[in-house]
Design a protein. Structure first.
Ligand code: GLC
Length: 416
């Protein structure tokens, strides 16, 4: 193993440093793109995707199935909700969508039919043999989708490196319904399909008044908000903010984008989210060690290294390199700190971008492993929000995707 090139490490850390000016520009550009997008969606890198929902009243009650599909694991939950944030998970079935050497429902050889047949098997497991009693299903589908109505949505394009064939451009509720029919699960009624940011906003608003923004900080990153005036009425809008492109990429962002599944797309997401931060770190370390190998650093490693936890152990494990001295250790820590600080800071600037559009101090509901599990990232976000003055704050929503799906199903029921 070659020596560590300290100059490469130091320079790279500086490339990830984010200045107050950059954050201010991003915030302003975000408001501008949002307003341009509302006037004409084709003019913006933000997608303006109406959800056909507004925030809940808090009176939604009942027992529903929640299908949570958006990351490497798919979950089906039976959720009971009863007023203002009270809920209980009665049953949970969870499986990975890919098991090395066994099956893969998200790779390029997978098909939509195979994927939804697999999901339907999990739905069946969650029913405990009850194929008689009607149960409404809310589906949290965490990809950019064009909503046809509350129950139906077409996948626009995969993100987060998903590649399954035959789903882009297709109504995912039809795919799900076909699979349910094949297994004779006609008692399961898919009545709502929503983005995970929308689920988070619904779940947040169910408990905290004034929740106007919902965001995910996990494998992927995205934000939605309650637009007070969408064609004259309030509407939750999914922005697919991971696709925001008015943000300056550094050398490593460009390198990562080039080798990603969809070059030229999801600029912001590739700079901030859990699927990519480890890869950015790996690109630098690979260069600093003059290695040909891609190292499997992940977001958890970066959060640990940034907090000086197990630095030597992680670097040895993931890059096979023995850190020689304190100076080298500091370089690894600095790089992780700057990548994660940039990630959380860029996200907070987008929240402020929404605030400067709605001009109402919002409470921001956030779900996702990076946010939920890392106090230091929550602090960076809150510090940045504070700088804007006023009482804007973020809070974490547990089980947001599942709870939101159940609330959406209850809201659909009220409308049917
Ligand atoms: C990706 C998806 C988006 C989702 C986010 C978080 O950005 O495109 O729909 O909300 O990941 O899961």
């Amino acid at each position: 193993m070659s020596e560590l090139n300290k100059v490469v490490m130091g320079n790279a850390a500086r490339e990830f440093d984010v200045s107050a000016n950059t954050l201010l520009d991003l915030r302003k550009n975000f408001t501008k793109e949002l307003e341009e997008g509302l006037a004409d969606p084709s003019k913006s890198s933000l997608k303006i995707l109406p959800s056909f929902l507004t925030t809940p009243t808090g009176d939604e009650t009942g027992t529903y199935l929640a299908l949570d599909f958006g990351g490497t694991n798919v979950r089906v939950l039976k959720v009971k909700i009863w007023k203002h944030g009270n809920y209980k998970i009665l049953k949970k079935v969870e499986f990975p969508l890919k098991m090395e050497g066994k099956y893969d429902f998200i790779g390029k050889n997978a098909t939509g039919e195979g994927l939804f047949d697999f999901i339907t098997k999990l739905i069946e497991l969650s029913l405990d043999g009850n194929t008689e009693d009607e149960i409404l299903l809310g589906h949290t589908f965490s990809f950019p989708s064009e909503q046809l109505d509350l129950a139906n949505a077409k996948l626009i394009s995969w993100t987060k490196e998903f590649q399954t064939q035959g789903v882009e451009g297709v109504n995912v509720t039809e795919l799900l319904s076909k699979s349910l029919l094949k297994r004779n699960l006609t008692n399961v009624k898919p009545v709502a399909v929503i983005n995970d940011t929308v689920a988070t906003l619904l779940a947040g608003a169910y408990t905290h008044a004034n929740t106007l923004i919902g965001s995910i900080y996990a494998t992927g990153h995205n934000t939605c908000y309650l637009e007070p005036n969408y064609n004259g009425e309030p509407m939750i809008i999914n922005l697919e903010s991971g696709g925001f492109s008015k943000v300056e990429q550094n050398t490593y962002d460009k390198l990562l984008d080039k080798t990603s599944e969809k070059p030229g797309e999801q600029f912001l997401e590739k700079m901030v989210s859990g699927r990519y931060v480890g890869e950015l770190y790996s690109l630098v370390v690979k260069q600093a060690l003059s290695s040909e190998e891609n190292f499997a650093f992940d977001s958890l490693d970066l959060c640990n290294i940034a907090q000086s936890v197990d630095v030597k152990k992680i670097v040895k494990e993931k890059a096979g390199y023995d850190i020689q001295d304190k100076e080298e250790e500091e370089l690894f820590i600095k790089l992780a700190t700057n990548i994660m600080n940039r990630s959380a800071s860029l996200i907070s600037a987008t929240f402020l971008g929404i605030y400067y559009h709605i001009r109402k101090l919002p409470t921001i509901a956030v779900d996702g492993s990076l946010y939920v599990k890392n106090r230091f990232l929550q602090n960076i976000i809150d510090e940045n929000l504070k700088k804007a003055g006023g009482n804007i704050r973020s809070f974490k929503v547990d089980d947001g995707s599942a709870l939101g799906a159940a609330i959406a199903a209850a809201m659909a029921e009220g409308k049917m």
